[in-house]
Each structure stands twice: as structure tokens, then as C-alpha cells.
Design a protein around this ligand. Structure first.
Ligand code: ZN
Length: 425
């Protein structure tokens, strides 16, 4: 009895403060990555490189090794961004950026007042009036597309072409949506048409003209950087477990609106740094590499570059776990590739059944939706794990550190430690 209480006391003294310490570290990392000084970790004010410098310093503090001459793996690509003015007014009434509307990062610098041509279920009264709209090609028009209430497949396909191919040769396209979800996939190529998403609840009843003042910057060769470090294994140094997460996010939309990306993916980056800190103190059997990627939001360009230019042979990777959006967990986790890599998925579920770290561990098939993908496509065994339930802020200005619950962060962290241990058995 006495012995047990001593053990309990020791556990309380050492274990609890250790984890409490680590959670405060995780929160510090997320607060730092999501702060306005990182500009949303995109391509305005070099937010991406401020973030990569921060991660590099964390790796350095934990005495991680690097493969090449330092922790950074750099490459160049073109990228567009909106560093300056992003003003939109409809009939002279100013709208609020990122609250009422979004502007695509590849939209060209544009200033002026333009006519709005509405295409919605009202104006498409019949084939005749739809055809009339389709003839109204004018480079001084903004075409507003509201698909609500339109189910005709031919009309929808035509609208898709108007939207994506600018078949009406307009100055700009406005698409009406219920929710604003920004993306950066289009930022690699400059566009000749202004792309605006307008929130339905912010849409005035009458809309005749739009006034825009947009400053775009297109860098023809932006230097991107993946940040990669590792800890040498004690008994299996030639075989690697790899933890990955993308640290980039969407950046800024104009001088004022920035996208913090707390869940996406300061959360996964923080877990990779937290794991690095843990294994720096608790030397692993396998070597463990920690890779934080850039350019995920542009279409996985950082991890794709790495997979095409690996710093050690991909064949040496025993297993890779990619963490992207791990800040919730009320409903457990989803494991992409869990349905195709059965042996390792069973290891995960067995640990969780015993230890009850998470409410559930769910599997999913292959999906090219995050940084595990180009490794998996080259034959590396890889999972992509994300948490389920809780807040649903995604690709908007409300994905903030202050509201990120980290509900099952600790459970997932412990599951990862046990998983690495089990892979060694
Ligand atoms: Zn994202």
C-alpha cells in the first residue's frame, strides 16, 4: 500500500508536470504560429519563411540532426498573393474582407467600377433569356453566379465554364456561397480574371455595380522551404519512422485580413515539434525524422518536392504518419490509408482498445488530400491522421488558437508514442 502510494506520488511528481509542461509547449507553438507576426504562414510579408525559421530554431534547440547542410530544403516556384489593398463595394456600400467576401489570390491588380450581370434562378427564366445572358460578353462586366435553386445539369455545366474558363470574357466572376472557405490552389498561376466569393447573407437585394480596388503581387520565383530534422535511433538507426505536418497556411488576403490556421495546421506542426522534443529526451530504437512541409495549401507542393528529392532513401522509411488538423477529437480520429494498410491499422486500434486514448479510431481508404500522398504513391507505408468532431472552422479567419480545443491532443500524442513502440516489437 505504502509502496503503491510512493509510486503514485512519484508518477504525479514526474509524469504529470512533464505532460502539463508539454501541453503548455504545444499551446506556445500554436500561439506563435497563429500570431499576426506570422501573417497566416503564406506568401505575404514572407510569413511562410518566418514560420520556417521558427521551426528550424525549435529543431536546433532540441539538438536534432539534419541531413544536408542545415534543416532547410529549399526550392523555387511562382506564387501569387494579395499583400495590399483588397477593397470591394457593391453599389457604393463597402463590404468587409474575409467576413463578407473572399478574393482569389491569383486575381490580377484591378481598380474600377463595373456592371454586375446576375445569373441566378430568377434571371435564367427560360432558355431564351439564358441564351441572351450568354451573349452579353463584355470586359467591363462582373458576372455574378448564384446556383441556388438551379438543378438543370446542362445549365450548371455552362455556369461552371463561365466560372472557371471565363467564357463570357468578363472582368471578374462573383460566386455566391453560404459559407466562405478560402483556398490557395489557384495561387501558382496568375489569373486574368478577378475571382470573388460573396457570402449569401452579405449579398444586397439589388446589385447594379461593383467597385473593386485589388493589389496583387506575383512572385515568379518564391523560395519555399521544407524544414527537416531527425534523431538517430539507438538499435535501428538505418530504419526511419517519419512524422510529417504542413506548417504553411493561406496567409493574408490584403493588408488587414489574415488566416491564422490554428487547426490547419499549427496543430499538426505543434505535435511534430512536441514529438521531436519527446524523442530528444527519450532516445528511440528507430531513427525518427520530423518533416514540416511548406506549400500544402498550394496543392501539396512541399511534400511532393521532398518525395521527388528525398534526403535519405524512401525505402528506409519503416512507416510515415502525417498529422494535419489534429486540434479537436471529440469523435476520435480518421486514418487515411487505414483501410489499405491493415497490419499497422490493427496495431493502432489494438493500442486504443486497451488504453482508451481516443473515443474511436476510424479508417478510410486512399486520398490525395494531404502530405502523406506523394510518399504513399512512391510505395512508402503511410497514414494521414486527422481528428473528428468539435469546432468546424476551416480555411476562414475564425480558425484561431483561442478557440482550438485540443480536446484529444494528449490522447493522440500518447497513441503515437505507443504506436512507434509497437512498430519496434
Ligand atoms: Zn488546409
Amino acid at each position: 500500500m505504502k509502496k503503491i502510494s510512493v509510486i503514485v506520488l512519484l508518477a504525479m511528481m514526474f509524469y504529470l508536470p512533464l505532460r502539463a509542461q508539454d501541453i503548455s509547449y504545444v499551446k506556445k507553438v500554436i500561439d506563435t504560429l497563429t500570431s499576426s507576426s506570422m501573417h497566416g504562414r503564406g506568401y505575404v510579408n514572407k510569413g511562410d519563411r518566418i514560420a520556417s525559421a521558427f521551426i528550424r530554431n525549435e529543431f536546433k534547440n532540441d539538438s536534432l540532426k539534419y541531413f544536408a547542410t542545415n534543416y532547410l530544403q529549399t526550392f523555387k516556384l511562382p506564387v501569387g498573393s494579395l499583400p495590399g489593398k483588397v477593397n470591394v463595394a457593391i453599389d457604393a456600400k463597402n463590404l468587409t474582407p474575409a467576413v463578407d467576401y473572399l478574393v482569389g489570390a491569383s486575381s490580377p491588380t484591378t481598380s474600377g467600377t463595373y456592371n454586375i450581370v446576375r445569373i441566378d434562378s430568377q434571371t435564367i427564366c427560360n432558355t431564351k433569356c439564358f441564351n441572351k445572358i450568354l451573349k452579353s460578353k463584355n470586359s467591363n462586366n462582373f458576372i455574378l453566379i448564384d446556383k441556388k435553386g438551379i438543378s438543370d445539369k446542362t445549365i450548371l455545366a455552362t455556369l461552371k465554364d463561365v466560372e472557371t474558363k471565363n467564357t463570357l470574357s468578363a472582368k471578374g466572376i462573383i460566386v455566391v456561397e453560404d459559407k466562405l472557405v478560402w483556398g490557395a490552389e489557384d495561387a501558382l498561376e496568375p489569373s486574368t480574371v478577378v475571382n470573388i466569393t460573396l457570402k449569401r447573407s452579405s449579398m444586397p437585394a439589388v446589385m447594379k455595380t461593383i467597385t473593386v480596388d485589388i493589389e496583387q503581387d506575383f512572385q515568379s520565383a518564391h523560395e519555399f522551404a521544407n524544414v527537416v530534422g531527425y534523431i538517430k535511433g539507438t538499435t535501428k538507426p538505418d530504419s526511419f519512422i517519419v512524422f510529417t505536418a504542413h506548417y504553411d497556411h493561406l496567409g493574408q488576403m490584403g493588408a488587414d485580413a489574415y488566416f491564422p490556421g490554428a487547426n490547419d495546421n499549427a496543430s499538426g506542426t505543434a505535435m511534430v515539434l512536441d514529438l521531436a522534443k519527446y524523442y530528444a529526451k527519450n532516445k528511440p530504437d528507430y531513427s525518427i525524422a520530423f518533416m514540416t512541409f511548406t506549400g500544402e495549401e498550394l496543392g501539396l507542393v512541399g511534400s511532393q518536392y521532398y518525395a521527388n528529392h528525398p534526403l535519405f532513401p524512401l525505402s528506409k522509411i519503416r512507416f510515415l504518419v502525417n498529422l494535419d488538423m489534429v486540434g479537436t477529437g471529440d469523435d476520435g480520429i480518421k486514418v487515411v490509408n487505414g483501410a489499405v494498410i491493415n497490419k499497422e491499422f490493427n496495431i493502432l486500434t489494438k493500442i486504443n482498445d486497451e488504453k482508451k486514448y481516443l473515443p474511436s479510431v476510424n479508417k478510410r481508404g486512399e486520398a490525395a488530400i494531404s502530405d502523406h500522398y506523394f510518399f504513399y504513391a512512391k510505395g512508402v507505408k503511410a497514414f494521414f491522421i486527422y481528428t473528428l468532431g468539435g469546432i468546424g472552422e476551416y480555411h476562414n479567419i475564425y480558425d484561431k488558437a483561442s478557440t482550438l480545443p485540443l480536446t484529444k491532443y494528449d490522447g493522440l500524442f500518447k497513441l503515437m508514442i505507443d504506436f512507434v513502440k509497437a512498430l519496434n516489437e
